[in-house]
Design a protein around this ligand. Structure first.
Ligand code: NAP
Length: 316
């Protein structure tokens, strides 16, 4: 169990983003069944954001947890984008709106989703700290910040969790972000631990799947990265487990909290079972040798979104 703020979270959380038509259509009834099954399995840590489906994701999660909220650790995120009146959205505006959509009294962990170039990070987390003191949120989190930004923010107000992309094909954080989080006793939440499905052998099927515009899902990148993925498939065959389980078991071996996402109960159960798998040293080394840091072909995001990822968090 990892402690985030004052809450203990399950070894894996559930990332709800894909339930809002990001990686293909999601059936609402199946989404709710999947969320309920996650609670039944023992997952207590649920991740959403104001940006996912423009509020749809928070509302869906709010509906799914109605009557079952006790013991759950709800996490959401905001950015200081412009509101309908043109003014920058404050942390307070965002938290009030998230509370309404989730239909809860308090959100256990609230992240700044991306640093705002117009707002100093100390100001953003300062606002979040005041909301924590008022009890509207339980703890303050950050997403995709550099080690220096994490230290500066933590000096302003205690940061409980850092959420950044981490998986076999995205290991950049190992250089200084993960060590910085550990040194400050900040929990590390690994997003897209299945490489947005790629490491589990999945990819875009529908035309409007967001991965279609991601550099790593362009044909040349897929063909280069698939050669590396062969190592995951080899381990999966040898151990008679799924590629998703190999990928997640590797992330779990790093002492972080992964938040895989899925629209399907069968994938959820597959992922949860990865918690019982311990990969031996030789297998971990085999996987790491196949995915050296910085070797993956293609940026993590399209250029417009890469602009919000601090340059010092990227491979040299
Ligand atoms: N902080 C941030 O900026 C940020 C950015 C991205 C994501 N996140 C968070 O991290 C969560 C997870 O990341 P993610 O959804 O991007 O990627 P992910 O968890 O790495 O992968 C999700 C994809 O993998 C597929 N999948 C899941 N389990 C599978 C299995 N056992 N076998 C085969 N395919 C499987 C899913 O398809 P099916 O639906 O068909 O199962 C989906 O397309 C998100 O939901 C969100 O909460 C945060």
């Amino acid at each position: 169990m990892t402690t985030i703020g004052t809450a203990e979270v399950s070894p894996q959380g559930f990332g709800a983003m894909g339930l809002s038509h990001v990686y293909g259509k999601a059936d609402e009834a199946e989404s709710i069944r999947t969320l309920h099954r996650a609670i039944d399995l023992g997952i207590n840590f649920f991740d959403t954001a104001t940006a996912y489906g423009n509020g749809h994701n928070e509302e869906l999660l709010g509906r799914a947890i109605a009557g079952r909220r006790d013991g759950l650790v709800l996490a959401s995120k905001f950015t200081h984008r412009h509101g309908s009146d043109g003014a920058r959205i404050t942390a307070r505006d965002a938290v009030e709106a998230s509370l309404r959509r989730l239909n809860v009294e308090r959100i256990d962990l609230y992240y700044l989703h991306r640093i705002d170039p117009e707002t100093p990070i100390t100001q953003s987390v300062g606002e979040l700290g005041r909301l924590r003191d008022e009890g509207k949120i339980g703890a303050v989190g950050l997403s995709e910040v550099s080690a220096a930004q994490l230290r500066a923010a933590h000096a302003e107000t205690p940061i409980a969790a850092l959420q950044s992309e981490y998986s076999l094909w995205t290991r950049d954080v190992e250089v200084d972000i993960l060590p910085a989080a550990r040194a400050l006793d900040i929990a590390f939440v690994a997003y897209s631990p299945l490489g947005r499905g790629f490491l589990a052998g999945a990819g875009p099927v529908e035309d409007d799947d967001r991965r279609r515009i991601h550099p790593r899902f362009q044909p040349e990148a897929v063909s280069a990265n698939s050669r590396r993925r062969r190592a995951i498939e080899d381990v999966a065959e040898r151990l008679r487990i799924s590629p998703a389980q190999v990928s997640l078991a590797w992330v779990l071996s790093r002492d972080v909290v992964p938040i895989p996402g899925t629209r399907h109960v069968r994938h959820l159960e597959d992922n949860w079972a990865a918690g019982d798998i311990r990969l031996d040293e030789g297998t971990l080394e085999q996987l790491e040798a196949a995915f050296p840091r910085g070797a993956t072909v293609g940026d993590r995001y399209p250029a417009a979104q890469m602009a919000f990822i601090p340059a010092e968090t990227l491979p040299a």
